[in-house]
Design a protein around this ligand. Structure first.
Ligand code: GUN
Length: 281
């Protein structure tokens, strides 16, 4: 039976560290500030934004929400980003994705000052990650690395398989594992022999977005299985990309909820502190 990696507890430890840093900065008159932009009324995005604001409040980080109607134009959104780029009290800018279809998310990400890009989505920050010289790490992959570090799991020399090649999770995840000397394979919808490739993994990261995608026959006995998925099953229950029966085969596993999810927000807070420190130096 796999050991469950308690993301909730590890995220709480990270958040306590962030809080101490935020308090020290506030004492010096430099309260870290995060701007959160939400366009439209996607219910999942609403929940994520509420969680991010609540986490900021608990960590002593100032947050300001900008809720824009779904009909907002590209020009209006870019004007807001520009205004926030110039605000001295705002050190991090996050535009919650996905945006309504008529808006160009790439142009919005490109408009955010790289120094305030706490999501690490800007091409400049992606490039820094690729060459291993980074200020911000994208929150979800960084959260996964933090879970591994704080569970004393080293990936050095290990076979790591990432299922999913998104710009937000799969690609940067592979880079962070590579920087720690893992042998990394990225799998995707066109991968042949997916089951065999996954069965070779010492560390298997699932970022597919499909409930129960990873089944026990895809997992090497004793492997570390990291479940990045946040899906709803037919009954509306929150579940990951990994079939719960994998617990019988894996050595370690992250639960959903309570695994990677809480780490994503903890790392966003950490990035906001990093940005605030750099901008108030
Ligand atoms: N939508 C889903 N995940 C994320 C995230 O990490 N950041 C932003 N900005 N939007 C998202």
């Amino acid at each position: 039976m796999a050991v469950k990696i308690d993301g909730k507890a590890i995220a709480a430890a990270v958040r306590a560290e962030v809080r101490a840093e935020a308090e020290a900065m506030t004492k010096q008159g430099n309260t870290p500030g995060l701007a959160v932009i939400l366009v439209g009324d996607d219910p999942a995005s609403r929940v994520y934004v509420n969680n991010k604001k609540k986490a900021c409040a608990e960590a002593g980080i100032y947050s300001e929400e900008f809720t824009l109607p779904a009909e907002t134009t590209q020009e209006e959104l870019l004007a807001l980003v520009e205004e926030l780029n110039n605000r001295k009290d705002i050190h991090g800018i996050l535009c919650q994705l996905p945006l309504p279809k008529h808006l160009d998310d790439k142009a919005v990400i490109a408009a955010i000052s790289p120094e305030k890009d706490v999501d690490a989505f800007h091409a400049a920050n992606v490039g820094h990650i690729l060459i291993g010289d980074y200020t911000f790490l994208p929150c979800t992959p960084a959260g996964v690395m933090e879970l591994l570090h704080r569970t004393d799991i080293s990936v050095e020399g290990k076979q790591c398989v990432v299922i999913g090649r998104s710009n937000i999770v799969g690609k940067p995840m592979a880079m962070l594992l590579l920087h720690e000397n893992a042998t990394v394979t990225i799998c995707h919808s066109r991968t042949q022999n997916l089951k065999e490739v996954c069965r070779g993994a010492d560390v298997l990261v699932a970022a597919v977005g499909r409930a129960g995608f990873v089944t026990p026959d895809m997992v090497k006995p004793g492997a570390v299985v990291i479940d990045v998925g946040i899906n709803r099953n037919a009954e509306g229950k929150l579940c990951g990309d990994v079939d719960p029966a994998v617990e019988e085969v894996a050595g370690y596993i992250t639960p959903v909820p309570g695994g990677v999810g809480p780490m994503t927000i903890a790392m966003l807070l950490k990035n906001t502190i990093t940005a605030a420190k750099a901008l108030t130096k």
